[in-house]
Design a protein around this ligand. Structure first.
Ligand code: ADP
Length: 485
């Protein structure tokens, strides 16, 4: 696979600064591993603050030109980029599976999903409308302009190595912003391939830059620079809080997509088949390694036995293996630390009285593979119901009443995604409105898309990505007030 990818020109290992592929200034490199077998895939440039400062300067210089192009011009380049991403969906998918581990079919799905943000914002680029406001005085006129915020710093995680980048770069570039991207050190190769295609699409040098390596140093350089006017981050709540605090020094605009603790509530009056399909999908995507994955499955007592029985059968039939193998449903976890975290949460729950229904241990494939697992008799106070599991484990909580379900669901500091299954229309509205979450999937695992606003409340983050609302994150509002008319 690597040899084929190398011949495609998409296998880049250097950073991208001002349109040029650059080594770390001190020549340092860092290795990227295949999580399915622990093999080294590549050595990539390991950059720090000096490279980041240069990338910021490039982005700052490029801003004056890029922001002044017509929206139609920016749009047509974004379309070219979108088309190139789709043309290369197979290679990009392979790259994702190689460095991230998800099954190839899911990886190609991510390419299509990720590319859709570039297409959508190529369209929206042309619709950044201003306003004319009725003036409170007869000789005044009030105009509202929306202008690009400036240079954007984007820090992205490893679980969606492509989509988390396009979701930020799409709206940023559409508005006329330029960007410095820091992908996860675990999955830089996909980011670099996406950047190569941006160059091929005619995105000018300096408009999109990629630096990777020492995360704290790169983060610090982005935060300290007064030229970076916006920071957009997807990752853990702990790092997000640090970045938000750091951004205060230069009062940057901030968007944060942080951890979740998604409840998935199955009521007695749900359609069993619909609830089964939806709740499995909500849990198992990317082997449970997404911030919107179900973290707590709440099942009402009347449907409990039938539902858990069917859910267990489905989980037991999942095929675990290398993402490149035919028919695999669940790939490896990202690294050893991820497996250790899942293991310790499961052990903690069991030590407090939870019971293993299915799985409960490392998979016999070894390495970073963990068995798809269900544990019952979970209490919301247990660590497993309070931390983000980020693995293929479903903790199940049994409940009696709707009020109890809402209380348990909201008893968390997170508020990203929640799911509910019911055929009662009044309940559907009542519960949807009561859930303190930014995303609510009703009778569905929520096919999030470029058209829908994605984001959380409480400590799950700030701002929304995708949709018409996603543009505002990269725009400033300017009011022009004319007098003496
Ligand atoms: P995850 O648990 O999903 O890996 P992290 O928050 O650790 O979440 O990582 C998300 C992104 O944040 C990655 O690109 C990582 O390199 C980056 N990151 C981690 N620590 C810092 C930091 N101190 N400053 C800036 N970026 C950081």
């Amino acid at each position: 696979v690597v040899a084929r990818l190398k011949s495609s020109g998409l296998f880049q290992t250097k950073g991208l600064i001002g349109g040029k592929w650059i080594d770390a200034y001190d020549g340092k490199t860092v290795e990227v591993y295949n999580p399915a077998n622990g093999e080294v895939i590549a050595s990539v440039a390991c950059m720090g603050d000096r490279e980041t400062k240069d990338a910021i300067s490039s982005a700052y210089d490029a801003f004056s030109h890029w922001s002044k192009l017509t929206a139609a011009d920016r749009s047509s380049r974004l379309y070219k980029w979108y088309n190139l991403l789709i043309e290369h969906e197979e290679e990009l998918g392979q790259l994702i599976t190689l460095e991230q581990g998800k099954p190839l079919k899911e990886a190609i799905g991510e390419v299509v999903y990720g590319a859709s943000y570039i297409e959508y914002f190529a369209e929206e680029a042309k619709r950044v409308y201003g306003d004319i406001l009725p003036s409170p005085m007869p000789d005044r006129r009030l105009f509202v302009l929306k202008q690009p915020v400036g240079v954007v710093g984007a820090i992205t995680p490893w679980n969606f190595p492509l989509a988390m980048i396009t979701r930020k770069a799409g709206p940023a570039l559409a508005c006329g912003c330029t960007i410095v991207i820091k992908p996860s050190e675990l999955t830089p190769l996909t980011a670099l391939a996406v950047a190569e295609l941006a160059l091929q699409a005619g995105i000018p040098p300096g408009v999109l830059n990629v630096v990777m390596g020492d995360a704290p140093k790169i983060g610090k350089a982005l935060l300290e620079s007064p030229q970076v006017r916006k920071l957009t981050f997807t990752g853990s709540t702990a790092v997000g809080k640090k970045l938000m605090a750091g951004a205060a020094e230069t009062v940057k605009k901030v968007s944060l997509e942080l951890g979740g603790n998604a409840p998935c509530i199955v009521f007695d009056d749900a359609d069993l088949e619909v609830a089964l399909e939806g709740s499995l999908a909500a849990k198992l995507r990317n082997s449970g390694q997404t911030c919107i994955c179900t973290n707590r499955l709440l099942v009402q007592e009347g449907i409990y036995d039938r539902f858990i029985n069917a859910y267990s059968n489905a989980v037991q039939s999942l095929k675990v293996g290398n993402g490149f193998s035919e028919g695999v449903d669940q790939g490896p976890l990202i690294n050893e630390a991820a497996v250790e975290k899942v293991e310790s949460l499961v052990h903690d729950a069991i030590s407090q009285g939870a019971k293993v229904v299915v799985g409960g241990k490392r998979h016999n494939l070894g390495l970073t593979f963990y068995e798809p697992t269900i544990i019952s008799d979970v209490k919301n106070e247990m660590l497993i119901a309070r931390r983000e599991i980020f693995g293929p484990v479903t903790p199940v909580i049994r409940f009696k009443t709707e009020e109890e379900a809402i209380q348990i669901a909201n008893d968390t500091d997170s508020g990203l995604a929640a799911y509910l299954f019911t055929n009662n229309i009044q309940r559907l509205w009542r519960v949807s409105e009561a859930l303190e979450y930014g995303l609510v999937g009703v009778n569905n695992h929520v096919s999030f898309s470029q058209v829908a606003p994605f984001g959380g409340v409480k400590q799950s983050g700030l701002g929304r990505e995708g949709s018409k609302y996603g543009l505002d994150e990269y725009l400033e509002i300017k009011c022009i007030c004319m007098g003496n008319m």
